[in-house]
Design a protein around this ligand. Structure first.
Ligand SMILES: Nc1ncnc2c1ncn2[C@@H]1O[C@H](COP(=O)(O)OP(=O)(O)O)[C@@H](O)[C@H]1O
Ligand SMILES: O=C(OP(=O)(O)O)[C@H](O)COP(=O)(O)O
Length: 410
């Protein structure tokens, strides 16, 4: 059995009064062009407050969205949201490692906080490569000498081998922030729990490619899966239904299908008896109201935005008779009240039982306060999505591994 005791250094090991480069994950929803607060901001603000109390100067590095998506925007608004949580100014510079960024970093004094521009706007950030290659980028080579140490607080991005996450700990003294430390400990402990009764995993949201491999890997521990969102529709497509195709204005389905159709079909064949797929789906009618169709009557060309009423009830019943429930991703577009039923019904069913429960995902966990559910009614609410489900499978997270390697060579 693997240990849950982290072997990385934490911010407790830092000498006070240093110039720190701190990687956080404030990747957030963007609605009508405006960045929305999610639970990540408050959690990282606590880490930053602790660092400031120790007289450090802090430059924050983060990402938002993915190139080509509507959510791929500047971090300027993120600085304001962080400042609200911290109760002090967070300066922003629209540059990551160019002259403007270096000038702003050079002017930092003890107690200052500066947020650098979206790391994914730098070409060298994204392609997933070995940490040593990431360390050898101009991005890392330029920024690293400006700081005394690197802190990674971005547990929720620790499954990505990107320059800002794995490059710096190769060349700098590296420490885990509080969010990294607490999420790592909680999620590793969950992976080691054993349950006597049924274990249910509810999978939804937009990032199907993060979830499809998980179904095979948690095969020993999870008795049944309830699927919704984009991942649910892709499995319905594999079953031969006319859903799970991009329609005008959507960009979720076709590329994920092209890359993962073989795996989806294999998983459906091997684990079909444990996979629950929606029997009905909801969409926006011409009247703007919610309307529903059973899957057998489905028509191509409509955007489906939630699981239907029968499906929501069926999933809630399965949850109610479970000993443990793990949620990653929403069953529908819960941000729009008309399409929140599936997500809210399942979360409410969890909250009403005393099963062991974990809800993960920066976006999905927002549904808890949005629909007046109590965080205390869940065993653990993680700010991480993809990283948390990988931790459940026992997979090592590359961002954690590079912190551990840095501690070994310290
Ligand atoms: N059918 C759907 N169509 C479009 N978006 C959906 C659908 N179902 C769920 N979603 C969206 O999925 C988002 C959460 O997905 P994702 O970003 O993958 O998860 P998280 O950030 O919680 O890990 C929610 O914001 C929700 O609006
Ligand atoms: O929000 C994130 O992941 P999540 O949606 O799985 O919680 C992280 O910021 C990683 O973002 P990415 O999935 O675009 O690499």
């Amino acid at each position: 059995m693997s240990t849950t005791t982290p072997t990385f250094q934490t911010i407790d090991d830092l000498e006070p009064g240093q110039q720190l480069l701190v990687r956080i994950d404030v990747n957030a929803p963007v609605e009508d062009g405006a960045v929305q607060d999610n639970r990540r901001f408050a959690r990282h603000a606590d880490t930053v407050a602790e660092l400031l109390a120790d007289d450090h100067a802090v430059a924050l590095l983060a990402h938002q969205g993915r190139p080509g998506r509507d959510t791929f925007v500047s971090l300027e608004e993120h600085a304001d949201i962080l400042a609200d949580h911290l109760g002090r100014e967070v300066a922003f510079v629209d540059d990551t490692f160019g002259d403007d960024a270096l000038e702003a970093i050079g002017g930092l004094e003890s107690g200052d906080v500066l947020l650098l521009e979206n790391a994914r706007m730098c070409d060298e950030e994204l392609p997933e490569e070995d940490p040593d290659e990431k360390a050898d980028t101009e991005f890392v080579r330029t920024l690293a000498p400006e700081f005394d140490a690197y802190v990674n607080d971005a547990y929720s991005a620790a499954h990505r081998s990107h320059a800002s996450l794995v490059g710096f700990p190769r060349v700098m003294d590296a420490y885990a922030g509080r969010v990294m430390e607490t999420e790592y400990t909680a999620n590793s402990a969950i992976q080691q729990r054993e349950f006597d009764g049924p274990v249910t995993m509810v999978l939804g949201g937009t990032k199907a490619e993060d979830l499809i491999p998980v179904i095979e890997e948690v095969d020993d521990t999870v008795d049944r899966f309830c699927l919704g969102g984009i991942v649910g529709e892709l499995f319905l497509r594999a079953e031969g239904h006319d859903v799970g195709y991009d329609v005008e204005g959507t960009e979720f389905f076709d590329h994920q299908w092209e890359n993962h159709a073989d795996t989806i079909e294999r998983v459906l064949e091997e684990y079909g008896d444990r996979l629950n797929l929606a029997s009905d789906l909801a969409y926006e009618a011409e009247s703007d109201e919610r309307a529903e169709r059973t899957v057998s009557d489905i028509e191509k060309g409509t955007s489906y935005l939630d699981v239907g009423t029968d499906t929501a009830e069926e999933y809630a019943d399965l949850v109610a008779e479970s000993e443990a429930v793990f949620v990653k991703g929403a069953l529908g577009v819960f941000e729009d009240e008309r399409f929140a039923d599936g997500t809210v019904e399942v979360l409410s069913a969890i909250a009403e039982t005393d099963c062991f429960s974990v809800v993960g995902g920066g976006d999905t966990s927002r549904a808890i306060p949005m629909y007046d559910l109590e965080e205390d009614d869940f065993s653990h609410v993680s700010v991480a999505g993809g990283a948390y489900v990988r931790a459940l499978t026992g997979e090592r997270l590359v961002g954690v591994e590079t912190l551990e390697a840095a501690a070994d060579s310290a």
